[in-house]
Design a protein around this ligand. Structure first.
Ligand SMILES: [Zn+2]
Length: 233
């Protein structure tokens, strides 16, 4: 069966002509060639022109990377889940982004990753100050340094006496948790191993003889042996 497919753009609805290739929208719900979503050259051009990235800001929270993109025409795409692809040096999002803009996005990502790396703690030492308060001396990979940073844990939250950026606080929390775990390991190692509590034998009079077990049982033991309408086992 020979059929005809008219070149109509799925975006602007106009008929168009094509030379050596066609643009179409990837769509997994499309089952037949006839409902394929073609896109005309004009719409592709407008899409590429729209995707001029003015600014992109990446965030990472609980291992989920998101990006907020601002285009030069003022459009903002807020907190989109995204995946950086090292091999193609691009960033993939749920939104259709022209390859050129994906590369631009990747440059923003590289800058973000570099900064994040610099903000990691390189080392962190804890000690108890004279007033009994905990004190940390720490350095970031990027060379930032905090000396004698006093902190306390209140209602489960770690609070520093001076204001520090969030990434310092995050690093400090992680470092202090592993410090406490290590301390605990060292202190239990020097203690005797825990033993089972001693049990006293139960006086015989307290053993269940079956008289009070369940309802309607007469010879003791478990219910289904007695008065079973099906004859029991
Ligand atoms: Zn079009």
């Amino acid at each position: 069966m020979i059929r005809t497919l008219s070149l109509t753009c799925s975006r602007c609805g106009k008929a168009f002509s094509a030379q050596d290739h066609l643009y179409y929208q990837d769509d997994f719900s499309v089952q037949s060639f006839q409902v394929i979503k073609l896109v005309c050259d004009d719409c592709i051009r407008a899409w590429k022109e729209k995707w001029q990235i003015a600014h992109a800001e990446f965030h990472e929270h609980n291992y989920v990377l998101t990006v907020t993109i601002t285009l030069q025409d003022g459009t903002v795409y807020d907190n989109m889940d995204c995946t950086p692809m090292e091999d193609t040096e691009s960033v993939i999002t749920g939104e259709d982004i022209p390859p050129e803009a994906q590369h631009v996005l990747y440059e923003y990502y590289v800058a973000f990753a570099r900064q994040r790396e610099a903000q990691q703690l390189k080392d962190c030492f804890f000690s108890k100050g004279e007033d009994g308060k905990m004190v940390a001396n720490l350095t970031t990979v990027g060379g930032e340094q905090y000396d004698k940073l006093a902190f306390s844990v209140e209602e489960g939250y770690l609070k520093t006496e001076q204001d520090v950026p969030d990434y310092i606080l995050e690093g400090l929390v992680t470092a202090y948790k592993s410090y406490l775990a290590q301390e605990q390991m060292l202190s239990t190692a020097s203690q005797p191993a825990p033993r089972m509590p001693q049990r006293k034998p139960m006086p015989e009079s307290q053993w269940n003889t079956g008289d009070s077990y369940g309802s309607g049982n007469t010879g003791g033991g478990f219910g289904r042996r007695n008065k079973n309408p099906f004859g029991g086992f």
